[in-house]
Design a binder for this molecule. Structure first.
Ligand SMILES: [Zn+2]
Length: 328
């Protein structure tokens, strides 16, 4: 069992490099077998997945406890939260960008008896600040303490806060991609010099963002983060020396590993299947006199196989001339 475990890849333990905005142009999009997921071909000969935000934004995470004026819209007692919750920070369909890469100037925790709920990252006023992950902007507003603040909610339930901005470039309800510029760094609000105040929160409770991100290298530490309730304590700071030990504790017992690995394996298999199918996709245009069975036999397939490939298409659908139908 021990040997067998060693053979299993552990993608959740891999760190993730910050996205590079190389301005590569999108050349084309390809449908995949999953509705709402497309493959974008880029000019630099790479490709990436693209998910339709209009589907994602309907999820409950983006509608419940949604308030566009309050930094903390949740009303959750710490006692009601689980001891440990596994969060996919980045999965095979999502990306990561370091909001601003530099040495942390002021860490999470108490500072001069004041609670500091994030990390301070010094920068020059006017420096672009990026969304760490894709998500929906929940708040974009000026506060006396935070100055210009942008809060983004992510699909996994986490929220990221970007404070003291000199300029806010997004509005509540906007969908942002990972690495999208959301504003410019500055020193607005209660601040003694230009810096980005960056927070990570779960259900309104802040935890040290350094559990997720190594700001000096810009790297995301792990794809899967196991948030423990004790991290939500205002004094719980990331401890670098204990990282390896922590990862093991964080990711829990062997069963958690196995679950995480099998989720990752299933995702990978689905992804590869989608890519293979997308690469093999073939479309035909309906001509006068065509029926689904004629199109099927011409293309060496069946009516039911064609219906599976085209959402909304059934054997009874009246075909319009000129309609594009996927046959492979
Ligand atoms: Zn701060």
């Amino acid at each position: 069992m021990r040997d067998a475990e060693l053979l299993i890849p552990r993608p959740h333990r891999q760190s993730v490099k910050s996205l590079v905005n190389d301005g590569s142009q999108a050349l084309d999009t390809i449908e995949t077998a999953s509705p709402g997921v497309k493959i974008i071909l880029l000019a630099n000969n790479t490709w990436k997945y693209w998910r339709d935000p209009s589907d994602i934004m309907l999820q409950e995470v983006f509608t419940s406890s949604w308030d566009e004026t309050k930094p903390n819209p949740y009303n959750v007692a710490l006692g009601d939260l689980p001891e440990k919750i596994n969060i996919w920070v980045v999965d095979t369909l999502s990306e990561y960008k370091c909001p601003y890469q530099t040495k942390v100037y002021s860490p999470f925790g108490y500072r001069h008896r004041r609670r500091h709920q994030g990390v301070d990252l010094p920068l020059k006023t006017g420096t672009p600040v990026y969304a760490a992950f894709a998500g929906k902007v929940r708040l974009s507003k000026y506060f006396r303490g935070y100055g210009n603040l942008v809060v983004i909610r992510h699909e996994n339930g986490l929220e990221t806060f970007y404070g003291h901005l000199s300029k806010r470039e997004v509005e509540p309800g906007d969908w942002v991609d990972a690495g999208q510029e959301i504003g410019l760094g500055g020193s607005t609000g209660r601040s003694t010099g230009a810096h980005l105040h960056f927070e990570t929160r779960y259900q309104g409770y802040a935890f040290d963002p350094q559990w997720l991100i190594d700001f000096e290298t810009g790297t995301l530490r792990h794809r899967l983060f196991s948030l423990q309730k004790k991290h939500l304590n205002a004094n719980s700071r990331y401890v670098p020396e204990s990282d390896d030990v922590e990862i093991d504790i964080l990711l829990g017992d062997a069963r958690d590993y196995a679950v995480a690995d099998s989720i990752a394996a299933v995702r990978k298999a689905e992804e590869e299947k989608a890519a293979r199918e997308a690469a093999a996709a073939r479309y035909v245009t309906v001509k006068s006199g065509d029926t689904l069975s004629r199109i099927a036999s011409r293309n060496g397939t069946t009516v039911s196989a064609i219906c599976r490939l085209n959402s909304g298409l059934t054997a009874k659908t009246v075909l319009k001339i000129g309609r594009k139908i996927r046959v492979k």
